[in-house]
Design a protein around this ligand. Sequence first.
Ligand code: ADP
Length: 459
Amino acid sequence: MKTLYFRIVIQTILIMVLASVIAFLISNVYYHQVQKPNNGEKISQVASEIVSLYEENPDQDIDAYLNHIAGLHYQMYLFNEQGEGTLYGEPFRETSLDRDTISGVLNGNTYQGIANYNNGLFITGFFEDVLINSIGVPMDVNGEKHALFVRPNIELQFGEFRFFLAVLLVLTLLLSFLFVIINTRFIVKPITKLTEATKRIADGDYSSELNVTRSDEIGDLAQHFSKMTQSIQRLDDMRQEFVSNVSHEIQSPLASIQGFSQTLQSEELTKEQRNQYLSIIEKESRRMSSLSKQLLMLASLDKEEDPLQRSNFDLAQQIRQVLFMLEWNWREKDMVIEMDLPSTVISADEKLLNQVWTNLITNSIKYSESGSSINIRIKSIGSTVEVMIADTGMGIPVEDLPYIFDRFYKVDKVRNRSEAGSGLGLSITKKTVELHGGTIEVQSELGKGTTFYIRLPLM
Ligand code: ADP
């Protein structure tokens, strides 16, 4: 497998090699443009010095003199008028030189072999140990014209330096390779850790810590990954809790249906007993049916991007209709309904909002004593409408208030038993209001009553 580690190492090394090649080419161009003419100039001066030093003292032996100079790391060729040449110093790799060049120098011209020497784009041209890559100057020896060709013996002059440069370059490259290999391991390690963590999460284990403390992009990624893991874990917990709540809600009515149908099978029951048990069975199955309707509703609200089917209707009229539908319930408890419902047209999902008012008013009736009152008011505030539903019922304890909109949350399981609620009503209500872009708020005091404020955008 081509791992990320392998890729980064190979790519970095290739980049380093490529960069070295390019740098080498650029410095060669620099040498040819700037350095080479300078070098030629310097060696011309040296050649002239050699000649003038000899000509100041022409009695000395030319061979001895030039051999001395050669000892200072120079290579020389001295031609006489017949074109015969004598070598001083280390031999050249190649000594061919055309006849015209030699006679040109014999006739008093200077030969600029170094500046004109063409060896492509490579600096190594300077090190080329051939006779045409030299400087030629005229020289007078014992009254006879001679031509002296000079070049520095680079091998001797720069030998150590070239070795030093080569070691420096090779060591730099080798050490860079080594550091790249080590550093890449460091870069890739958190990614490997993340991959392992992903595998563990896929297997359902959310517990593992990542321990990536970096503050760069990879650290960011690890942080977001941890957050994502936590929310997946929360979702997973919620799912499990939901399933166990649903099973529980189904289990209790089923158990009571089973129990009463078994009792019904015995012969010794009076007619009244029979009717009583049958009505319990009916009530429990109705409860289950309403639970499954609520669950389906929640699922459809959760699932769809925009489940709203909007239309324009009068909110006041809708609330009055709900009150009319529930009339039997509040009349049975002798409750007083106070209303302030000015006509207010809203664009919303009529069926879903109907469910909202039904849930809230049913609760107000359910959780109130006989003879108490319910106050319902509609107020338009700018482009929003506020519906207030207030009862003077039993109220909700402060510690329960933050949770009443949670799924399956019931304030007091015992007090709810006879009313047979599922704890889903308020969560459906909240979800619906939020889908409409609105908010729901509750204020409650134990023993005094509860007030819900629902704010919805009109359009
Ligand atoms: P349920 O189906 O049990 O009524 P809800 O989600 O509608 O479930 O309400 C959650 C809980 O909030 C209820 O169990 C009840 O205890 C409490 N509650 C809701 N409305 C009122 C109210 N108007 N007065 C007192 N308690 C209320």
